[in-house]
Every structure is written in structure tokens, then in C-alpha cells.
Design a protein around this ligand. Structure first.
Ligand SMILES: [Zn+2]
Length: 293
């Protein structure tokens, strides 16, 4: 178990939607930044999955997670786990982001199954979890956790599930910070801005988790039980498993660094650990020289 059984869930910021039909296509408004973000985690080519230019106001009605009340629910139900994860991320970044000079508001997390329309176009579960800068929402099909375990060998324990959400939230922090506007993510080499964006999101996830054991609910009850070394290793295993190099090894039989968009597993683990140990201030991946990335 990861969450404190007695922790209360706020019920904010997580919605569920069903499968979409009638995908809107047109406009071609999907930028390279969005493609880089959306193809993260599974490294798939999104060109066949994306509609582009979808109007976010055309979303299906969504429902809040009304069956999630406590940390005990989060320990037994994967959707409730995402809900309490969001509470913890919100607590951390609502304080941390302004301290870093970032004008901040928290994202919505949209749970879906099958397919979903987003401000970045239509997507299916095959994309894996992603963040859409255009509508500032995190999209997550919780079945991805099963994929993570069966396809990529990650043990995918509760903390690694939290890590995946923390990584996507890291992209939201970058969006609020103006990082996407100030970087060139059209290049995909191992020291490219695209890789620096990705390992910074890993570092931000680590920074949050390093602080999360101190996060409390409104009544002062800690959300998370103390994090163990074994759980950290598990989360790092997830970071490793969704590194593009591992995915390339599985799908192509060889690693081609020139097409990396996430950085190597070693790089991702090192930046996760930097954030976990030293906090979000240690996550300026754009300031370090190529050799130190
Ligand atoms: Zn990413």
C-alpha cells in the first residue's frame, strides 16, 4: 500500500469520459511540440491517430470520481489512486511553481478508455498517457499500467503509477513556465531540447515524489505512507521501461540514439533521482552542457 488509509480525497480535478465517436478532423493544428509530448512514453508515431484542431468544448460530458473518499480507496482502486495522486501533485506544485516564478494553475486529469478527443486532436489508448498543452489536461487510460507491466517488463507497482502521472504533470509545469515556447523540440538527438524537456519532466516527477511523503490532507493526515527504497527502485524501473531506447530495442531490435526523444534510461533515472534528492530547483536540464545531460 502506498496511500495512508485515513487520508481524505478532495474529489477535485479528475474526470472520466467514455469512448468517443465522430472524431473531428481538420485544421492540422497539431504542432511539433504536441507531437513530441503525445508520442512520449510509448514512442509511437501519432500521425495516424491524431485528428488535429478538435474543439475542446465538444467534449463528452464527464463525471467526477464520486466513489473515491479515502486513501484506502486509492490503495484498492486504480482510478481513486489517480485521484489522490492529483491531490498530492496539486499540493506540491501550487506552492513550488510560484516559488519558481511560474504563473500556475493545476491541470484537469481526464481518465478515458478506448479513445478521446482532446485540444490536441483525437487519440486512442495506444498513445499512452499524455499531456495536451492546448487544453492543459492530462489524458490517462489506466489500462496503460497493464501495458506497462506486460509489454515493457516494469513491475509497475503503485509508486511507478504515481510517477507516470507526475511526469505528465511535469509537462504541465513546463507549459505554464513557457518552456515549450522557448525551446526547439523539432530536433530529436540525444542532447536536443526535446530530450531536455523529457528528462526535466522526469526530474519534476522525482521532486514531487521526494516531497510527497510530507503532503497532508485538509485535516493534516499524510496522504502517503513513507516511501521505501524498494518502491523508489520500482518507480525508476518504470522510468527505465518507458525510456525510448528500451522501447526501440523491443520494437526495432536495436537502439538508434538519433531518434531519441526521451533520453536514455540512465539519463532519465539520473534526472529523476536529482529531483527526488534535491527538489525542483535541481531540474534545470537546459542549463547543463551536453556532456552533463
Ligand atoms: Zn514526457
Amino acid at each position: 500500500m502506498t496511500f495512508n488509509d485515513d487520508a481524505k480525497y478532495s474529489g477535485k480535478g479528475v474526470r472520466k469520459s467514455g469512448r468517443r465517436t465522430g472524431l473531428a478532423v481538420g485544421g492540422g493544428g497539431l504542432g511539433l511540440v504536441a507531437i513530441v509530448l503525445l508520442s512520449q512514453l510509448l514512442g509511437v508515431d501519432l500521425s495516424g491517430l491524431m485528428g488535429g484542431g478538435t474543439d475542446p468544448s465538444g467534449q463528452d460530458e464527464t463525471t467526477a470520481l464520486t466513489n473515491c473518499l479515502t486513501g484506502e480507496d486509492a490503495n484498492t482502486d486504480v482510478e481513486c489512486r489517480v485521484g489522490l495522486t492529483r491531490d498530492s501533485l496539486e499540493d506540491y506544485w501550487a506552492e513550488q511553481a510560484p516559488a519558481m516564478g511560474i504563473s500556475y494553475s493545476s491541470p484537469i486529469i481526464q481518465l478515458f478508455s478506448g479513445g478521446v478527443d482532446t485540444g490536441c486532436g483525437a487519440a486512442t489508448s495506444a498513445v499512452g498517457p499524455f499531456y495536451c498543452p492546448a487544453d492543459q489536461q492530462i489524458y490517462l487510460d489506466t489500462a496503460f499500467y497493464d501495458t506497462l507491466r506486460t509489454e515493457f517488463g516494469a513491475t509497475a507497482g503503485p509508486l511507478s503509477q504515481l510517477y507516470v502521472v507526475g511526469h505528465e504533470w511535469g509537462h504541465h509545469v513546463q507549459n505554464r513556465a513557457g518552456t515549450f515556447a522557448s525551446t526547439d523540440t523539432s530536433q530529436a538527438g540525444p542532447t536536443s531540447d526535446a530530450v531536455r524537456v523529457e528528462v526535466q519532466a522526469d526530474c519534476f516527477a522525482g521532486a514531487w515524489l521526494g516531497s510527497a511523503a510530507q503532503t497532508t490532507d485538509a485535516e493534516g493526515t499524510r496522504l502517503l505512507e513513507p516511501i521505501t527504497e524498494a518502491q523508489i527502485a520500482d518507480a525508476l524501473n518504470a522510468a527505465s521501461a518507458i525510456g525510448d531506447d528500451r522501447i526501440q530495442e523491443k520494437t526495432q531490435g536495436q537502439v538508434n540514439p538519433e531518434t531519441w526523444t526521451h533520453g536514455s534510461s540512465e539519463m532519465r533515472q539520473r534526472w529523476f533521482q536529482a529531483g527526488y534528492t534535491n527538489g525542483a530547483e535541481a531540474c534545470d536540464t537546459f542549463a547543463v552542457a551536453d556532456a552533463e545531460l
